[in-house]
Design a protein around this ligand. Structure first.
Ligand SMILES: Nc1nc2c(ncn2[C@@H]2O[C@H](COP(=O)(O)O[C@H]3[C@@H](O)[C@H](n4cnc5c(=O)[nH]c(N)nc54)O[C@@H]3COP(=O)(O)O)[C@@H](O)[C@H]2O)c(=O)[nH]1
Length: 947
């Protein structure tokens, strides 16, 4: 596992601590070492001085002892040997370093013998002797002698007794210096006759003078230097102190031969300091002290006693060791602390980074929370604003379903004080709720703790007015899933309900008359049938159709038609009981449902009353109109009339009434149904007739009354049905118009008629004009004009040879566009005629505006012109009108010569009718043309009887 860099590297602090500690330790160690050295030097110096002083004092004491002895000779003359003995004995006891006191007597050779005799006396066998080459030899004859005379103690010093020292240079020079200075003088080292071991000794001599100042000799003290040194050092308590190694040299030279005393062996020389600490040891710790006593120079060499290095440098060594150790420990501690600090710092960095990250996350969280809170606040604000602005309020219920909160301007919006609501349940507030299906469903959802939506109910507001409310809610559960109540929204839907009711009313009522429409009629019919089934009383259904309403509507305009319808509706309503239903089925068709009650049996009188009420005059603008109606009645229960066929049967009956001349009523019979069924059959067969090429055209000649010649023909359609046989147009044109099939059928008629006419013209049968009937559906078809144009182009027929027959009703409703269309048709070059003229609104004013060419007098007028003066007058008027308008006029349905005669007489331009020819198949018509048959001269024709 790789070691981390942190563990390997020395921290700066540790390095500084280590360096600083070591330097400090070295400096302190050095300083302490210096102190130690200084102390040692000082101690050494002091010790040396003390020792030197002691030795000097010992030397001085020896001199002093000699001086004392010498004083004996100075004060006592002569001093006897006994006196000398007595005097020196205590001195010898006190100064053991003195080996002997003696008195050197100056002796002339002349006195030698005597002297030697004296020596013999004192110590037999004693003679004068001298030291020569280390041996005692009898002193040769000399002029003068300097002989040891008195000698104390004798014991141990016997060889020196009688010794002549005049030849000893040391002694001689000392005696000379003493004579010269008058003070004691010391010799150098002497070889003592009495000491064969050769202990370093010297003599201190001091001259002894006689009364006349004659030198008598000198007193001497033989001093053993080692003993002197030991005793003096012992006296100073330093003998056993081996801290300083002493060497006492006689003289100024420190040569080995001059050493007279040493307190140590040569092996005790100072050892060098240990190598590592040698830099601390001060070299040359050696003292040399010199002093002069009795003219003799003494040199003391002192060196410190070698000691283990630590003995003198314990403090510095301990300091060094302690300092180094402390430094290392401190450095280690600092290193560890530094590492720990680094670790801590790293940890702190990591933690700081973590904290920053955490803090950032916290900040982000806080920001996110703030944003969320802000969004929540804004959302709540928006919610409150929306709630305030919206029509909704917000409600809450507790776990007992008691309202605990109503917000969002509840009172303002609902009209109910909040206090009325809080603390109560919805069931308590709206007692009737449980009676309705919606309420029961709601309470079931509540019991199941399920959400509910759009619960609508009615309640009275604080003003006692009934209002509609709509509420939705969902259950609330706490975190533990415990149901804690409901909350939801509510709104006042009274306006919507009213609108819905209106819409519902509109949806079920006719806008114009306010009567129930087909939808509500169906409901009422079902209720009536159900009632009839329950009660056993019959139900009548009346289908009322206004006669000639279309004419009124077309001629007077829609507004007049509307007024008529509203008037009729009101009259129907007024003529019936409130319990009866009057509904508008469509257009001018109304349906009445009559239910029989116990005391009010149904009868035809009711139907008649209805007819009578409708037949009352109606004021349409300034004009008074008489409107009749045709009524069909279907009864339930009745033979073969199922409940859902009542209106259909009433319709069939109404058709029958119409067919029977209008303004009457008919009760439905099953036979009527046959006609209706045939109509259905025709309708379904008609849809395939064109494809199956079942239509043919018959042509009825139109004859010029002036020339009697055929000038044109009317194309009349015929339907050769394989099963129904030849079906007349009266049976299928109406159905074709009702179904819209008349448009393609009419186009086929026009194309076939034009093609046929062109063929006949091309065949040289005359420049004939063919008339084609245009139904209302064709007239309003947008493709009419292009279709005509295309036919003319395709067939190549001269447009002036095509005449389009229009009925008045086509353009009575909206004149302006009709006029425009007529002009565009006319611009094609075709001729326009008004068919059945006189049967419609017959406003002469529009004739001047229409680009028409021909008026065709309806055959109903022609039919009676010979028997009805009115019709004759009408026909005459129409002819006159046409001519006044520069229009051609043709009479149709001319069946008799009388009719023809009258028409001729009135100046009618052309005729058409059975009198001349029925409508003929094309080939027969062609034959007719080829025969060039025409009307005979007027006188040939039967005379027309005018009534
Ligand atoms: N839109 C279209 N209508 C057409 C077309 N073909 C015919 N019709 C219309 O059908 C109605 C009945 O027509 P129809 O049975 O052909 O009767 C015509 C004549 O046959 C009949 N007529 C002619 N002369 C006499 C007569 O002397 N006596 C008498 N009783 N009837 C006679 O009149 C009918 C022609 O009438 P009109 O068109 O008004 O000139 C009828 O309304 C036709 O218009 C068609 O192709 N398209």
């Amino acid at each position: 596992m790789p070691r981390r860099r942190l563990q390997l590297s020395l921290t700066l602090a540790a390095a500084l601590t280590l360096g600083g500690g070591l330097v400090t330790t070295a400096v302190l160690t050095f300083a302490v070492n210096q102190l130690e050295i200084d102390n040692k030097s000082l101690a050494f110096e002091q010790g040396t001085n003390v020792r030197v002083a002691a030795l000097r004092q010992g030397m001085d004491d020896a001199v002093e002892v000699l001086n004392v002895t010498n004083q004996l000779f100075a004060t006592v003359q002569p001093v006897t040997r006994a006196q000398f003995h007595d005097f020196t004995t205590p001195l010898l006891l006190r100064n053991p370093f003195v080996k002997a006191f003696n008195f050197h007597r100056a002796l002339e050779d002349s006195g030698r013998a005597a002297f030697e005799a004296e020596l013999q006396r004192v110590r037999p066998g004693s003679i004068l002797r001298e030291m020569r080459d280390g041996r005692l030899v009898p002193a040769p004859r000399r002029a003068r002698y300097h002989v040891v005379d008195y000698l104390e103690p004798m014991l141990g010093n016997e060889p020196a007794f009688g010794l002549n020292v005049s030849e000893n240079g040391e002694v001689a020079r000392a005696v000379a210096r003493a004579h010269a200075s008058g003070r004691a003088a010391a010799t150098g080292l002497l070889r003592l006759a009495q000491d064969p071991t050769g202990k370093p000794s010297f003599q201190v001599v001091m001259p002894v003078y006689g009364p006349e100042g004659r030198l008598l000799g000198d007193t001497a003290a033989i001093v053993e230097v080692p003993s002197l040194a030991r005793s003096t050092l012992a006296r100073a308590g330093l003998l056993e102190d081996r801290s300083i190694l002493l060497k006492l040299y006689i003289g100024a030279q420190t040569v080995p031969g001059a050493v007279v005393y040493a307190n140590h062996d040569a092996t005790e020389a100072a050892a060098p300091a240990p190598a590592p600490l040698r830099w601390l040891a001060r070299p040359g710790a050696r003292a040399l002290e010199r002093f002069v006593v009795a003219g003799q120079t003494w040199t003391v060499e002192a060196v410190p006693t070698p000691k283990p290095y630590l003995a003198d440098h314990l403090a510095s060594t301990l300091l060094l060791a302690g300092g180094a150790l402390s430094t290392l420990l401190l450095a280690a501690f600092v290193q560890a602390a530094g590492q720990r600090t680094r670790k801590v710092q790293e940890l702190v960095r990591e933690r700081t980074a973590d904290l920053k990250l955490t803090n950032q996350r916290l900040v982000d969280d806080v920001l996110a929370r703030k944003r969320t809170e802000k969004a929540l606040q804004e959302s709540e604000q928006r919610f409150r604003q929306l709630v305030a602005m919206s029509s909704d309020w917000y409600w809450e219920q507790d776990e007992h379903l008691r309202f605990v909160a109503m917000t969002g301007h509840f009172a303002e919006k609902s009209g109910i004080a909040v206090e009325r609501i809080l603390g109560r349940t919805r069931a308590e507030l709206i007692g009737s709720l449980a009676d309705s299906d919606a309420g029961r469903e709601h309470f079931a959802a509540i019991a199941a703790r399920e959400p509910f939506r759009n619960l609508e109910y009615r309640a009275l507001d604080d003003n006692g007015e009934e209002r509609w409310y709509c509420v939705s809610g969902q259950p609330i559960f706490d975190e533990g899933g415990r149901f804690t109540g409901y909350r939801g929204t509510g709104s006042d839907i009274t306006a919507r309900k009213i609108t819905e009711q209106r819409v519902h009313h509109v949806a079920q009522h006719d806008v114009l008359t306010g009567l129930p429409n087909r939808s509500l009629l169906q409901d009422r019919l079902e209720q009536a049938v159900a009632y009839a089934n329950r009660s056993g009383h019959p139900v009548w259904v009346m289908l009322i159709d206004l006669d000639r309403f279309k004419f009124v509507n077309d001629s007077m305009g829609h507004k007049a038609g509307d007024v008529l319808l509203m008037t009729v509706a009101a009259r129907l309503r007024g003529s019936l009981r409130d319990t009866d239903t009057v509904a508008r089925l469509s257009g001018d068709e109304f349906v009445v449902i009559l239910s029989q009650h116990e005391d009010q049996p149904l009868s035809a009188d009711i139907v008649q009353r209805v007819m009578d009420s409708v037949a009352q005059p109606v004021m349409l603008g300034p004009k008074e109109f008489f409107v009749t109606c045709s009524i069909g009645v279907a009864a339930y229960p009745s033979d073969g009339t199922p409940a859902d066929s009542l209106i259909e049967h009433a319709d069939i009956a109404m058709y029958r009434a119409k067919k029977l001349g209008r303004n009457n009523f008919q009760f439905y019979t099953p036979a009527m149904n046959e006609e209706s069924l045939e109509r259905v059959r025709i309708e379904s067969a008609l849809r395939n007739a064109l494809v199956r090429n079942e239509f043919v055209l018959h042509y009825q000649p139109q004859v010029d009354l002036q020339t009697g010649r055929i000038v044109g023909m009317e194309a009349l359609i015929r339907w050769k049905h394989p099963e129904l046989g030849m079906v007349p147009p009266t049976r299928f044109i109406g159905v074709a118009e009702d179904t819209g099939l008349i448009v393609p059928i009419g186009a086929w008629v026009m194309r076939t008629a034009c093609a046929q006419n062109k063929a006949w013209q091309d065949a040289g049968l005359g420049h004939l004009r063919v008339a084609v009937n245009l139904s209302a559906r064709q007239f309003s078809a947008t493709e009419l004009l292009p279709s005509i144009e295309q036919v003319l182009e395709d067939t190549g027929l001269d447009p002036s040879c095509l005449e389009l027959e229009l009925t008045e009703s086509l353009f009575m409703s909206d004149v302006t566009p009709a006029v425009d269309l007529l002009h565009r048709m006319k611009s094609l070059g075709v001729k326009l005629s008004i068919d059945d003229f006189g049967t419609g609104y017959s406003s002469f004013s529009y004739l001047s505006r229409f680009p028409i060419d021909v008026l065709k007098i309806d055959r109903s007028f022609v039919n009676d012109i010979t028997i009805d003066a009115n019709d004759a007058a009408i026909v005459a008027s129409i002819i006159a009108l046409a001519h006044n308008l520069r229009l051609s006029v043709i009479a149709e349905g001319v069946e008799t010569a009388e009719q023809l005669d009258y028409l001729r007489h009135q100046g009618c331009d052309e005729m058409q009718g059975y009198y001349f020819s029925r409508p003929l198949p094309a080939h027969e018509f062609e034959q007719l043309l080829r025969q060039r048959r025409g009307l005979g001269a007027p006188e040939d024709e039967p005379q027309v009887q005018v009534a």
